[in-house]
Design a binder for this molecule. Sequence first.
Ligand code: HEM
Length: 411
Amino acid sequence: MRSTVVPQLLEVHGTDPRPEGPGRRILLRDPDEVGAILHSNRFQRTDFVRQLSGDGLLATDGDLWRERRRIVQKSFPVRDVEAHLDSIRLALPGFVERLGEAADEDRPVCLLDEMMRVVSRVVYRAVFGVELGRDEDRVSIFQPMMEAVGDVHWSLVAPGGTVDAGSLVRLKRTRDAADVEITRMVERRRAVDIGIDDALGRLIRARDEGLVDDVAIHDEVRSLVLASTETSVNSLIWAFLLIDDRPEILARIERDLDAGGGDEIIDKVIWETLRLYPPVWANERQAIEPVDEAGRSWEKGDRAVISAYRLHRDPRQWEDPDAFRIERFEGLAERRWQPPHRFAYMPFGAGPHLCIGRNLALIEMRWIMREVHSRFRIDFDDPDSIEPILGIVMRPSAPVMVRITRRDRKH
Ligand code: HEM
């Protein structure tokens, strides 16, 4: 993988884009400033995210957000980290079979597609209470919408960027297509109850009690799909790519897995991957009124840019910040690990909007990596050609073609 950071990122993070005039965008450079803004009730999410994805949890604030979070929160128990393990375990045999078939036929596979398929199955069951078949990949129906959201997002974030009418038309079209799938999903969930406490089931019950309407269900499902799939899928791809460059880490993972362990080192790899390639690479909050906060004066409408990417690579906080060093996470398994500063490491955000699905994501990624490294080796066709590009999440620039071989160890 190319170790240099894409020029786009340098542009966004190296300057304070559009620093002057109404609605200034100001890049926060200090973790203390980030903490102050994320916890301030004078700052809210920007309207623009809401326009992109609708009034779902990802985009709302205030009373509407509180009410929606209250409805779905219980299906993501904070303390029960393994709450979604059954959904993860059920998706794995089909995933392993597919990779095994590709290995036996010596057929190249697109790693992104395979990750999307397995993550789809986990998310559809765990979050929407719908069981998919082995080869079903319903999430790719949402892919064009995710790309359209990413394009518009990037156009607005890029220095000097504007959104052209074509991108907005594409966004509308792809959202309409996604809504057809959401209607199907709700019908499927209503028809078959698989007996788990999923977010869609909770939303449907709230709808039946008159607490929310159909539009709210669509907004939430759209928001949950956006939040839960590309984030985990791309993190997994970055993790496999980073390990590809470090055979000694791969050897340790395989040795630990073969000895019946493996979770500790795999978790360190995941956390270090999320540091170097945080899928949600930047985020914004907007001042709702003139206010003094985080050491400066803000006008109404000014936007604070919070860059996880930048915070995670800040040399004042992290030694040799661009290096992939899993030793940074010593003590993770014993819950002793602490970031150098409370807001220096925040792949899942911080403050009231802290990611609701972080346990699901972390356990899901751990189990997928366990399966892959227990059974297979991955050879990337052209790892050096892959670099991060910025959409709504940070994703690889190329389709990520790989060859799979079986490891000697039999399971
Ligand atoms: C590696 C995987 C993931 C990463 C890196 C990630 C990252 C984030 C971040 C940075 C935020 C904060 C956004 C903000 O401050 O405005 C967030 C919020 C959120 N995430 Fe995740 N996420 C991941 C997986 C998931 C999964 C699996 C779900 C499952 C449903 C999920 C659902 C959500 C929701 C609903 C919110 C909004 C929470 C709120 O505002 O109350 N995420 N996520």
